[in-house]
Design a protein. Sequence first.
Length: 306
Amino acid sequence: MPPEPKRRSLLDLSDLRAEETQYLLDRAQAFAATPAQRELLRDVCVVNLFFEPSTRTYSSFVIAQARVGADVVALPPGSSSLGKGETIADTAITLAAMGVRVIVTRHSESGFPYRLADAFAGHVINAGDGGHAHPTQALLDLATLQTEFGRGKIAGLKIALVGDIAHSRVARSNIIGLRALGAQVVLVGPPTLLPDAFAREGVRIARSLDAVLGEVDVVMLLRIQRERIVSAALPCLDDYARNYRLDGKRLRMLAPHAIVMHPGPYNRGVELTDEVLSHRGWRYAQQVSHGVPVRMAVLDFLVNGV
């Protein structure tokens, strides 16, 4: 007999074909309209294994899991046996033996969810690993764009990702998703936070924020991740803010239809000023609102398929 196919996980958006990404966006839109779907994951046990603090991602996963009817177990840092010498494989075997079918995990180590998925007999969802990937954040960003511009209209949009690209798992996953759906990506930042190696087909690098603001449809600001940046990469925060912070003057350079996004949490005075928070194109709250239906769609897709 042929071997049983490996259960699907979502470790980054490269795990999805473009049509599957579009399916998830459409499914999320349906869930937003009808949020209670408790029969979808009835009697399915889901474990949330978060080793990094999280507000938006953790909370929206818990709400999404409740809305699809899953049985949810939270394992906060320190409660698992990984700190006692148990390996990731041991943890995966133990949880699978208890009947756990889905693990949602966040970890500071890039690649942790991949090692977990290799050992686990169920589905693994990457809720952020180091500076590598954050696929569900990218999906909710894409859902925000689809709501704003229309289904199928992401193709052709010009999106500027601004700031600390080098350390941003959000940027990496968004680049994959945006390119898969046909958007043009402009990465903006200083060389220490945006190496030239990020340039590729459909992805160009700009060093001047002012030079690109008038030509883009979307500005996605990224948090300066001080916990991951060595001091040499960002010697003067004031210099960074002067060159790359979005403020009232720069808002006036945007096209009337352009919107501004941020995955959060944002640093006021560094990535943006308070003027951005009252701008007509500010879409942070809309991004957050898409988190629950997008994560419902991911859970349903992995467990039940299309």
